[in-house]
Design a protein around this ligand. Structure first.
Ligand code: ADP
Ligand code: MG
Length: 636
């Protein structure tokens, strides 16, 4: 059994360096953090060959007296904590006293420093952890540390470094983050050209001291109209930030900078809160660009949980999560209306309670005339039996106050209008008894109240369970499909004879398909016969069909039927014909509807149990549930 022995300090430092000093960027991080802890107002960083040849960090902070300078490079020597208690509420970036000795153990290290008010400065040179020289020098107030030839004594480590460009990128990303965390501190990042290409160095970043986080942010990132500003104080947390607005592009990936008490961290709680806020707001999950600055009392967060202090642990994780989620959600809502999640309406199972005769607050909304659609319905389509019901809504114009009337007058007119609306209400009430009629075929499904149309294509409706968007064409198609198939089971569809028969030229196989299914087509109220040559003659069509649609319907039917050979079951042919007819008979998209027509479609849809898909499999209803709405308005 080999004897246990203490490691030489150099070796111990190198082992510590393995954790703290991973790459040039980690050296820069430790040195800049020290400068910030020393109260610097300006930090100048110079790197050469991605920091592999040289890293120099100069600051105008408080500097060190000679004695402190010597201690600084000793392991576990720190000015930042003294007792175990201090670990409970750390206010500085450093606290372990490990960085300088670790870095010095794996490089050619030079420390020059002069304490504020001191006459002279100190220079200490260390090679791979061994002190080479300590001397008194003339130096500006503050501290300058040079780290040359990082890992020169650890070739295995050096091999793992990336290209100069890659290491430089890492460093500039890190300095950007540090600069975000400390707007009041001026930063410069420069490359020095030791390779001799061109005079002087190249400035990678220059950030003069800024008056606010906002100024610093826009200095570093430019004007960013795609970001939303966030500010929130809650539960002892102060949160500021700039976060990606909900764009039109869908999912976005972007850089995420999260600071807790000005320390850059990666934290699962925070990351999750971000994902959740965005996934509530948009349908797709995204990893958005987020810059978050969180301040919390130092005793409510543990920073001593990670070797490079890149993680923290919140004492009240779920609280932080919740506050953050809300702050983000609010900010996103400000940037743009929150896009709340929709889900497909599933066919409703039998609900427990009977249909309410009235839904509080919903009827009231429905009695106000439809602002989006004209009241008159295109008379050209009056042959659609679906729209034969009269409109119970009185002429809206009559209840709108005269524009040109004097104000005094208007007042009384508005009073008038009120009573008219009352009138309207009672009329709807009448009709309501029809809609809410428990005698309906399927009274357990709640009625939806149409509010209007969106883009003349979608019906917006509400019921007690939420808001629904209904594709008017698909919904009507579904309704007609049910109607057609229902009629077929009890005989045949009503037919309308055409005054002028329609002649159609079809291919032989199309004509053959029609001939094969002639009997079935007749049940649909369709009379087709061969008319010599390529022609067929259409002399009667189903009553549900607009004659203008007949030709297109027949053409589509022949295509649908062509594929069906004699062996196909007859009901499949029926189904296809019914689907094609329903599609052509249904109200189109981009077609204005009156409230009454919408009500009709919804009512008929209710009879089909709000069928969730059209005969072609397209969804009929999108639902925004009450729960989703209440959740997003933070009412639950
Ligand atoms: N740039 C600097 N200016 C002034 N003092 C410094 C600077 N860098 C380091 N020090 C001193 O050296 C000590 C050791 O630094 P370091 O090894 O990074 O440990 P820590 O930052 O954890 O205390 C610090 O506590 C601080 O007193
Ligand atoms: Mg430190």
């Amino acid at each position: 059994m080999p004897r246990i022995h203490r490691l030489a300090p150099d070796l111990a430092n190198q082992i510590a360096a393995g954790e703290v000093v991973e790459r040039p960027a980690s050296v820069v991080k430790e040195l800049v953090e020290n400068a910030i802890d020393a109260g610097a107002t300006r930090v100048a960083i110079t790197i050469d060959l991605g920091g592999k040849r040289l890293i120099r960090v100069e600051d105008d902070g408080e500097g060190m007296e000679p004695e402190d300078a010597r201690l600084a490079i000793e392991r576990h020597a720190t000015s930042k904590i003294a007792r175990a208690d201090d670990l409970g509420a750390i206010r500085t970036l450093g606290f372990r006293g490990e960085a300088l000795p670790s870095i010095a153990s794996v490089s050619h290290f030079t420390l020059r420093t002069r304490a504020r008010g001191s006459q002279s400065g100190t220079e200490i040179k260390v090679n791979a952890g061994a002190i080479e020289s300590v001397r008194e020098i003339g130096a500006p107030e503050g501290t300058c540390i040079e780290v040359a030839d990082l890992f020169y004594n650890l070739p295995a480590r050096r091999k793992f470094l990336k290209s100069d460009v890659a290491e430089t990128t890492q460093i500039s990303r890190l300095v950007t983050q540090l600069a975000l965390g400390y707007p009041e501190v001026g930063f410069t990042l420069t490359t020095s050209h030791s390779t001799g290409s061109g005079p002087g160095g190249r400035q990678l970043l220059q950030a003069p001291p800024a008056g606010s986080l906002r100024d610093r942010f826009f200095h570093l990132y430019g004007e960013r109209p795609d970001l939303v500003e966030l500010k929130k104080d809650a539960a002892g947390l102060h949160i500021e930030g700039f976060i990606a607005a909900l764009g039109d592009q869908g999912p976005v990936r972007g850089s995420q900078n999260v600071f807790v008490n000005r320390r850059i961290v990666k934290d699962k709680t925070i990351a999750h809160a971000i994902i959740e806020s965005y996934s509530v707001a948009t349908i797709k999950e995204r990893s958005p660009e987020v810059h978050l600055f969180i301040r919390i009392a130092p005793d409510r967060v543990d920073v001593n949980v990670h070797p490079t202090k890149a993680e923290v642990r919140f004492l009240e994780q779920s609280l932080v999560h919740e506050v953050l989620r809300r702050a983000l959600g609010e900010a996103l809502g400000r940037g743009r209306a929150t896009e709340v999640q929709f889900r497909l309406e599933q066919p409703l199972a039998a609900a427990a309670d009977p249909l309410p005769m009235n839904i509080p607050g919903v009827w009231a909304g429905a009695v106000v005339g439809n602002r989006w659609s004209p009241e008159s319905f295109n008379p050209g389509s009056s042959n659609r039996e679906s729209f034969n019901r009269g409109s119970p809504i009185p002429n809206r114009e009559s209840s709108i106050p005269d524009q040109g009337s004097p104000i005094g007058d208007q007042g009384s007119r508005i009073g008038d209008q009120g009573s008219r609306i009352g009138d309207q209400g009672s009329r709807i009430g009448d009709q309501g008894s029809g809609i809410g009629d428990p005698g309906l075929k399927d009274p357990i499904i709640r009625p939806m109240i149409p509010l209007g149309q969106f883009r003349d294509t979608f019906i917006i409706a509400v019921d007690d369970e939420g808001v629904a968007i209904i594709d008017q064409h698909v919904a009507h198609e579904r309704v007609l499909f049910e109607l057609i198939t229902e009629r077929l089971t009890s005989g045949r569809l009503e037919s309308q004879r055409l005054l002028t028969p329609i002649l159609l030229d079809l291919s032989p196989s199309q004509r053959e398909a029609l001939r094969q299914h002639a009997a079935t087509l007749e049940r649909f109220g369709m009379e087709v016969e061969e008319f010599g040559g390529d022609s067929v003659r259409l002399s009667a069509v189903p009553a549900v069909l607009d004659p203008a649609e007949c030709e297109a319907t027949i053409r589509e039917l022949t295509e649908n039927l062509e594929g069906l050979d004699g062996g196909t079951r007859a009901d499949e042919a029926l189904r296809r014909i019914a689907a094609t007819m329903a599609c052509h008979a249904a109200v189109k998209a981009n077609y204005p509807l009156t409230l009454d027509k919408m009500r009709y479609i919804l009512e008929e849809l209710r009879r089909t149990a709000y069928s969730s898909v059209c005969p072609h499999g397209r969804p009929v209803v999108l639902r925004l549930t009450r729960r989703e709405i209440e959740k997003n308005f933070q009412r639950i």
